[in-house]
Ligand binder design. Structure first.
Ligand code: GLV
Length: 397
């Protein structure tokens, strides 16, 4: 992994190693993909303020997310079909995150089950919940997450119906892939991936198959979603889910200030400012472009997290400066996983840590918890005089 220096390097390696249908599943957005692209592009518009001759020794990236200590405020996002990027992908990514000291979030639509991940980890992980029309199944999932000692439930709000990702339709996405001639050829040129898949029994959606009524086999995520996800999901559901769960609750998929106000009133512990990685409402603004407005609006009432478009440590810092207490990476860790399994996920985290550390220092700070708007170069939006004075005095001390 030594010459893999950027998240993009991992992406290119993953493209070689992962069958096209699964690489494309991760690397796609809804419809025209305009929001998917905006998530990344809008980060580079945010300029950081370079400071010099400031003591840069003894730096710390340690922080907390929903009160849990993290070695840096970067969690692994819940991502569907992760065990198709690499055999046993969720188990490997969870182990890499645990060793690194950052949270891992298991998706409902994972290949490895809650129990699989619990069997290879020592510390609690987070579980992401989709709400299905079959409420017994949902209650059972919540209870399984409790039994596995998950320390937070991440409730996704922005996928009541599934937006089309054209690449998945064109590729005929299923897990495991159907044995068509193009798929056989595609897999045959990726022997490492195939060996891994032959060596594991985890090849379908194990949180669901054998647990949900009448589901003996489930190969298509989109067919399942279209039939089973609850299009009537409402704030009332958030109440009963919160009550049944009884632990830390994170609401994922808030992109609008009015929804953020409702989320803050719901008693949840945190929200994730998110457009589902540009995979749902095509045409929605990027997550980073609405973060500040939401954080300024409700940030004293609920902890703010964000995801979407983070590809570097600089991006992490930008999001923290604009009001996020923590961020999530999805595709960056998936590229690492596809490129090199558990070691690849660790490499993705290391790349981001190194970039974050250097960037923090060159902005004149030593403690990530000090990240704030005073670290951004925004001549058109000067900080109020007293805040600027305080920030300058602090940097010069
Ligand atoms: C599932 O969460 C997806 O975005 O495909």
């Amino acid at each position: 992994m030594s010459m893999l220096l950027t998240i993009d390097d991992l992406k290119q390696r993953a493209r070689q190693r992962v069958p096209k249908m699964f690489f494309d599943y991760a690397d796609s957005g809804a419809l025209t993909e305009s929001t998917y692209r905006a998530n990344e592009e809008d980060f580079s518009k945010i300029k950081l303020r370079q400071r010099v001759l400031v003591d840069m020794t003894n730096r710390s990236l340690a922080s907390t997310m929903i009160g849990e200590p993290v070695s840096m405020p970067v969690a692994l996002a819940p991502t569907g079909s992760t065990g198709m990027q690499h055999a046993d992908g969720e188990m490997l990514a969870a182990q890499a995150a645990e060793e690194f000291g950052v949270p891992f979030t298991l998706s409902t639509m994972s290949i490895c089950s809650i129990e699989d991940v619990a069997s290879v980890t020592k510390k609690p992980f987070w579980f992401q919940l989709y709400v299905m029309t079959d409420k017994d199944f949902v209650l059972n999932l919540i209870d399984r997450a409790k039994a596995a000692k998950c320390s937070a439930l991440v409730l996704t709000l922005d996928l009541q119906i599934l937006a089309q990702r054209h690449k998945d339709v064109r590729n005929g996405l299923t897990a495991p892939p159907k044995m068509t001639i193009p798929n056989i050829i595609d897999m045959a040129i990726r022997p490492g991936w195939c060996l891994g898949m032959f060596g594991t029994k985890r090849r379908t959606f194990r949180n669901i198959v054998g647990h949900a009524k009448d589901v003996k086999d489930l190969s298509s995520l989109s067919a399942w979603t279209n039939e089973q996800f609850d299009p009537k999901l409402s704030w009332k559901d958030v109440e009963w889910i919160k009550e049944r769960w009884g632990g830390k609750l994170i609401l994922k998929g808030i992109l609008d200030k009015e929804d953020a106000v409702m989320a803050a009133k719901s008693g949840a512990d945190a929200i994730i400012v998110s457009n589902h990685g540009g995979r749902q409402l095509d045409g929605a603004p990027s997550s980073i472009s609405v973060l500040e407005e939401i954080a300024d609006g409700v940030g004293d009432k609920i902890e703010i997290h964000m995801d979407g478009g983070i590809r570097s440590g600089q991006d992490v810092l930008r999001a923290l400066c604009l009001g996020a207490k923590g961020v999530y990476i999805g595709r960056p860790f998936l590229y690492g996983l596809g490129a090199g399994g558990k070691a690849g996920v660790t490499t993705a985290l290391e790349i981001i840590r190194k970039e974050l550390d250097t960037t923090l220092a060159l902005c004149g700070k030593r403690d990530i918890r000090e990240a704030g708007k005073d670290m951004l170069y925004r001549p058109d939006r000067p900080l109020p005089a007293e805040k600027r004075k305080a920030a300058t005095a602090k940097a010069g001390k």
